[in-house]
Design a binder for this molecule. Structure first.
Ligand code: FES
Length: 98
């Protein structure tokens, strides 16, 4: 796995409405299951300015933005992005997309 990652997961009201809590729980389960909790830090945030496209998340140091990240996609995200270093192209979003 590439180096340390810091994930900012939006749990603001709009993303919550879109399922952010379920996504977050699935993420935590996946990170624990793959023994990644020391290599990946998860920070909750109140709004990433992409409301209506959630659940939203940003991964650093890459600065990769994801939108519409449901609990179903979490396992693929952890495996492909965090472990293999290949972003999950179907859910990528630029913050300039509005
Ligand atoms: S509430 Fe999640 S981007 Fe605004």
């Amino acid at each position: 796995m590439p180096g340390f990652r810091h994930l900012f997961v939006c749990t603001g009201p709009n993303c919550r409405q879109d399922g952010a809590e379920e996504t977050l729980q699935a993420l935590q389960r996946s990170l624990e299951g793959k023994n990644l909790t020391k290599k990946v830090r998860v920070t909750l945030c109140l709004c990433l300015g992409q409301c209506g496209n959630g659940p939203n998340m940003v991964i650093y140091p890459e600065g990769t933005w994801y939108a519409g990240l449901s609990e179903k996609e979490v396992e693929a995200l952890v495996q492909e992005h965090l472990i293999e270093g290949k972003p999950l192209s179907c859910l990528l979003r630029s913050p300039s997309d509005g």
